[in-house]
Structure formats: C-alpha cells, structure tokens
Design a binder for this molecule. Structure first.
Ligand code: SN0
Length: 314
C-alpha cells in the first residue's frame, strides 16, 4: 500500500481487519519494523485521538514521530496556486510539503473541510497537494471528505462486538451547535458499503450525502423505523452537503436517548468522539454498558498500526 486516504487503498479489507485484530493481541510483534523510520504528523485542525493513537501506533512499530501543528507552531501555509503572497501566510505548501517529505518516511495529514468552497473541499485540494509533492507515502488523518482511520477502527469495533453474522448498522444524524464536516460519515458509509452488513442511514431532509459516497443506498427519514432491530447505532452530526456547510436543523428529537435505544436489538452505541453530551446522545446512553465509544477509540491505535505496517512493508 502506497498511500492511505480511503478504504479503496487497502489491498484487501478482510485481511486489513484481521491484521489490526492480530496487532491488538500482540501490539509489539513488529516493534523493529519501523526502526530508524520517521513519521511526521501535520495538523491543520485540532485532534486528541488521532494524534495520540497514530503516535502510539508508530511507537509500537519502533518509529520516531514528529508532530507539527501548522496554525499554532509553524508558518501559516498558503495553499492557493499562483497567488501573490502579500497576506498573512509566509510559506507555500509547494515548498513546505517537499521539505517535510525530506525529513521523514511517512506523512500523516489532518486538513478538514474549510467550507469556503465545496469544490475545493470535495476535490481534496490540500490532501492531493501532499500526495503530489511530498515524495513519501501520505496517510489521511481526516481530510475534507473522509476520515479513513476512523472508519477502519469503526469496522474493527463492529467485528469485535457483533452478535450475528450480518448486523444491522444504523448511521443516525444527531443535532450539534456547530457546522461539522461530512468526512466522518462519508467515510463510514463508503467503508460499510464494502462489508455485507445491513447498513441503514437516517437523517432529516436536507442532509443527503454526496451520491458518490451513498451509491444506491436509500435514506430512511424516519429515525424510529431506522432504529428498529438495530445492532449498532452510529450517531454523528454533519452539516448539509447540498446547502453546503449549512445547519438546517438542531432538532433535539434526533438526540439518541434511552427510549430510542429501546427500539433496537440491544444495540451498541458508537460515536467517533469528541461527542457533545445531551446534544448527540444523552448521558444515560453514553454512560450505559451499551456504549462502546471507548473501545472504539482504543481501536484507533491498532487500525493505525495496521495501516503503518502495510505502508512500511510495501
Ligand atoms: C470533527 C468532525 O469531522 O466532525 C472531528 C471528528 C473526529 N469533529 C468536530 O470538529 C467536533 C467539534 C465540536 O465542536 O464538537
């Protein structure tokens, strides 16, 4: 595997999940694989799990890690081509990226959707400049349209907790005070469509995702019907794709409550975190044994480690 930006980069999905699960059982089994190799993690946006789990994954493989928080520690970086750089950004990505590439063997990049231009976001303008100019493998640590390390851990977690071969997995929109990217859900839907799970997506009208991610999956607009018999409830807020970046609803009737969880087949509750308590999900659900959000976050280490292993072995 050269780069990791979506599920399509994995040579074999089943093998990738098995590798991550083996690593979980034996995290130091490949502790020399990354000896004298360096990974640079570049953050244009905030992070807790992605930063620590990717760093931990690299350390378990014996790699060195360096972290750069672009907007706080580094120069602010220009990403537009052909501009007169007379503003507040002293350095262009065109130099910064290949320079960073000379200092390491793998680069991890986090660059969320900016919501300034749907086209710029959906053509992955920043991520693709990294792929084009770095000269080393690139791992997406959440780009504008996808969060594949999260989806990998989500899939692994469902495999661990499922109680039947073909679980019903429900992705539910839930309310949030801010406009959030579609990356986590695009990626989740795209990834889940590669499995044989029974995937159901539910959201209020106006929150339809890009058809490139949804394929021919139909939306169930009735959240209660979606929850009926579910084995997993994956809650997440996202802003509108069609009315790009807008908040169309903060309807608290979509918050995941114990009452709604009662409609399910004793479902496990999942969320990528950070989660807004009593907006997305009530305390009662999040603090109940049904919630597997901490296991899900733990699996970020092993899925990232599987990705790094596949790149180091390529
Ligand atoms: C990010 C998102 O893409 O939705 C990262 C999730 C892994 N989430 C947020 O930015 C949440 C911020 C907030 O204000 O709750």
């Amino acid at each position: 595997m050269q780069h990791f930006t979506s599920v399509y980069d994995l040579p074999n999905l089943t093998e990738a999940i098995n590798t991550a699960r083996e690593i979980k059982n034996n995290p130091y089994g490949y502790q020399y694989l990354g000896k004298n190799k360096t990974i640079v993690l570049i953050f244009f946006d905030s992070s807790l799990r992605t930063r620590l789990s990717t760093q931990k994954a690299a350390m378990n493989l014996g790699m060195n890690t360096m972290v750069l928080n672009v907007n706080q520690d580094g120069w602010r970086l220009e990403s537009e081509m052909g501009v007169v750089m007379d503003g507040d950004k002293p350095e262009h990505l065109r130099e910064a990226i290949p320079v960073i590439g000379r200092y390491c063997d793998i680069i991890g990049v986090r660059a969320f959707a900016r919501f300034e231009s749907k086209e710029d976001d959906y053509t992955e303008k920043i991520l693709n400049q990294f792929i084009q100019f770095a000269g080393v493998p690139i791992i997406s640590m959440e780009a504008a349209t996808r969060h594949p390390l999260q989806s990998f851990a989500d899939h692994m977690t469902i495999e661990e907790f499922k109680t039947r071969a073909r679980p019903k997995v429900v992705l539910s929109w839930a309310p949030h005070p801010r406009a959030l990217p579609q990356a986590v859900v695009n990626s989740f839907v795209e990834w889940m469509r590669q499995t044989d799970y029974d995937l159901v997506v539910t959201h209020p009208k106006g929150y339809e995702l890009d058809p490139r991610f949804m394929g021919n999956l139909e939306v169930q607009y009735d959240q209660d019907k979606a929850f009926d018999g579910a084995d997993f409830i994956y809650a997440k807020n996202w802003s509108s794709y069609t009315q790009y970046g807008e908040i169309l609803s903060k309807d608290m009737n979509w918050t995941v409550t114990a009452q709604k969880m009662a409609l399910t087949n004793n479902a496990k509750f999942m969320h990528c975190l950070p989660v807004r308590r009593n907006m997305i999900v009530t305390d009662e659900v999040l603090d109940s044994p049904s919630s597997i959000v901490i296991d899900e976050a733990e699996n970020r280490v092993y899925s990232a480690q599987a990705v790094l292993k596949m790149i180091l072995e390529a």
